[in-house]
Design a binder for this molecule. Sequence first.
Ligand code: ZN
Length: 425
Amino acid sequence: MATLLIRNARLLVTMDAQRREIAGGGVFARDNVIESVGPSAELPAHADVIIDARDQVVFPGLVNTHHHMYQSLTRVVRPAQDCELFRWLRTLYPIWARLTPEMARISTQTAMAELLLSGCTTSSDHLYLFPNGVRLDDTLEAAQDVGMRFHAARGAMSVGESAGGLPPDSVVEDEAAILKDSQRVIERWHDPRRLAMQRIVVAPCSPFSVSRELMRDAALLAREHGVSLHTHLAENDFDIDYTREKFNCTPAEYAEQLGWVGPDVWHAHCVKLDASGIALFARTGTGVAHCPGSNMRLASGIAPIRAMRDSGVPVSIAVDGCASNDSGHMLGELRLALLLQRVGAGMARGPAHGPGAMTARDALEMATLGGARVLGRDDIGALGVGMAADIVSVGLNQIGLAGAGHDPLAALLFCHVPRVTHSVV
Ligand code: ZN
């Protein structure tokens, strides 16, 4: 496709610097890059593909910053339905140890289809098990077939049960091999250019499954190659206890000691990030992937997102893997983020609580501009000249949105949107 014109939107939500919301607006793109945005009458009249969006809300493609796509094949596993994180993991590790390359491909495509149908056009994926010949390449090839913009995080586990870690020894890797393969996939796949479709992230799994040495060396490797760093941090109370007992510090202190803070780092969950951790993340521009559905499912708690945002921490929204959310529905996750933060933010009473703790526009900002910032991108997350033409629309003529015309943008989050109408990458 050379040119694309989307016009006459009921509402065009730009997420640009002025946060323009344009009734009757549209977007014109050439060769996958946006050339103009504005009232439809001001756009070119012709294009190779024209979408008339008169009954639709049009907005920037959402950015999902944390997922384990391989888990799409292990939703609702019965013995793991009612567990907290550690017991949930111990139940599922032996099942995941049977992952094959074909399963990695199919689960990636399943997860991506689910994301695209729910408004997400860019996703990260954190794959940290490589049994039976599975390679990160299996997921990257699957992403190419689907056509989704993809940040593949080369995860890893190296400390098994016999060394005091959580995972069974059968699913951990040798640390030198992890670093070597991470370097290989960076050299093979990482595209640092603007509008890149595929990037690589270095991503040891969590404090309870890798060593301090691997964390430190992974950060050095990532910075040598200019790629981002990602891991799990401060997910629940047991996670905090483990870090305290094993490393005699808080998760935020652990991250700081090992070079895991900065604008090129983002951490998943951070449910239990304390006040000094929030200040550290704000000061260093360290990002957070907020996963409300998974945090509820595993009873991890409510991440202090309002406090993080008030302090200036870059926060994004993510569905997390389908074994702890069971639904990789991105708009649904925004809805959970909106509602959960109002219940309470896990901190002392104050502005972090209550109906004003999160608005629909806050949540949309986190999932667009927030996600772009956390992934280190300036070319997605808003509809503007020179941005990637990653555009989503939702038709308002469906039963679940009946009567919601008062605020079509807020309707995307307050109402339940089963599927989007268009996802353009
Ligand atoms: Zn996760």
